[in-house]
Design a protein around this ligand. Structure first.
Ligand code: SF4
Ligand code: SF4
Length: 382
């Protein structure tokens, strides 16, 4: 990684850009000045030493090139994609073509478990991204140590030795289940984990603290899921603006110094510009209040991924995973991802209908209406 541009350089780059929504018509009208871009904040990503912006970018399945380009121009330097996200890597490569490679931290992921497949996936990703190295090479969605067999660890270390990957890690939904494994193997430089106001705190803080204490870089994902798109008009006399929930949510995540960066997916320039402010604005009492209210509103519907119900369904349903798939649709608007993940469940699990159960044995300690949510998931995704 070359030297990072200073805040000032990025600030100047951002200010030089046309702002979103600038009026284009009307020769006699004075041009609207570009929206000022607040300074980006850089953090060190654990022992990698990489200096990354606190707000990164989750490229996702269908990146919008103009929004990604604007993020690059504003100074966001951390971009997360995956082999699993359709044409995501390829679309992203089109946006970064011609830009200075060493100013962009690229993370992508392999879905594979076998050594040969992981090595091949990396070459495929490099070709799709149009680069000869990635900064972070992850194993995708590993929620148990068994999902990272020895040969997968060997493959990741070989990717690093070859210089095609500068650092290695994995993504997971519950760091509690992975922290001992990471500390014992000492193979991984970073961990990308689900972490947000609704599912952080007592659910994940201790694990994150242990990982960060060992120098493992922490990348927080799903930081604004469940905080977006809610109707807040009845909240009080001065309802928050659209985007206040995600902004407060990212500020909450960044208030934990153990977090290196965050990877919210952003679909519009106003959303990007709103989230960007999380790096320069303090987390306030008003943010806290808003997050508490939002958290209560989503309580019956949003699984906190605490995994306390694991193994309790007599029909063997992986309740946490199924509720997460439903959340991809209900909270992220991504029906494709929800359906695709559901389709990967074994046929005997997909064929269960919770509506046939007289009573659900699972009583969620976090208030999730498990049976209702699963009935919805099965109706929508099966
Ligand atoms: S349904 Fe409830 S108990 Fe089960 S993982 Fe989600 S929050 Fe935890
Ligand atoms: S209703 Fe509850 S107990 Fe019955 S199949 Fe669904 S998750 Fe299992």
């Amino acid at each position: 990684m070359g030297s990072q541009p200073s805040r000032r350089q990025f600030l100047q780059a951002g200010l030089a850009l046309p702002a979103a929504g600038v009026a284009s018509a009307g020769l006699d009208r004075a041009p609207v000045p570009p929206a000022p871009v607040p300074p980006a904040e850089y953090r060190t990503l654990g022992k990698t030493g990489l200096r990354v912006t606190g707000v990164g970018y989750g490229i996702g399945f269908v990146p919008i090139p103009e929004v990604v380009a604007r993020a690059l121009d504003m100074g966001i330097n951390y971009y997360d994609t995956s082999r699993d996200y359709g044409d995501s890597e390829k679309i992203f490569s089109g946006v970064i073509r011609g830009r200075q490679r060493d100013r962009i931290v690229i993370a992508t992921k392999s879905p594979s478990r076998r050594k040969a497949d992981i090595l091949k996936d990396l070459d495929t990703s490099l070709a799709a991204l149009g680069t000869d190295y990635v900064d972070i090479w992850h194993l995708h969605a590993r929620d148990t140590p068994a999902s990272i067999p020895d040969e997968a660890v060997e493959a990741m270390l070989e990717c690093k030795r070859s210089g095609k990957a500068r650092f290695v890690g994995f993504s997971c939904h519950d760091p509690n289940q992975m922290v001992d494994f990471v500390l014992e193997t000492k193979a991984f430089d970073v961990v990308q984990t689900t972490y947000s106001f609704p599912i952080g705190g007592r659910f994940r803080d201790r694990a994150i603290e242990r990982l960060a204490g060992a120098g493992v870089g922490i990348i927080a994902m799903k930081v604004v899921v469940a905080l977006t798109g809610l109707n807040l008009s009845s909240l009080d006399n001065e309802p928050p603006r659209k985007g206040d929930g995600p902004l407060a949510g990212i500020k909450w995540v960044l208030s934990n110094p153990a977090v290196g960066t965050t990877v919210p997916h952003m679909k519009t320039i106003p959303e990007l510009e709103m989230n960007f402010r999380a790096m320069s604005e303090p987390y306030t009492a008003a943010d806290e209040k808003l997050l508490y209210v939002l958290n209560e509103r989503i309580r019956p519907d949003y699984c906190r991924m605490c995994y306390e119900c694991t193994g309790k369904c007599p029909q063997g349903l992986p309740v946490t995973d199924m509720l997460r798939y439903l959340a991809y649709h209900d909270f992220c608007g991504n029906y494709h991802q929800a359906r695709m993940q559901f389709a990967l469940l074994p046929p005997d699990i997909r064929s269960v209908r919770c509506g046939d159960c007289a009573r659900c044995v699972i009583e969620c300690p976090n208030g999730v209406q498990v049976r209702d949510r699963l009935v919805r998931a099965q109706g929508l995704l099966a």
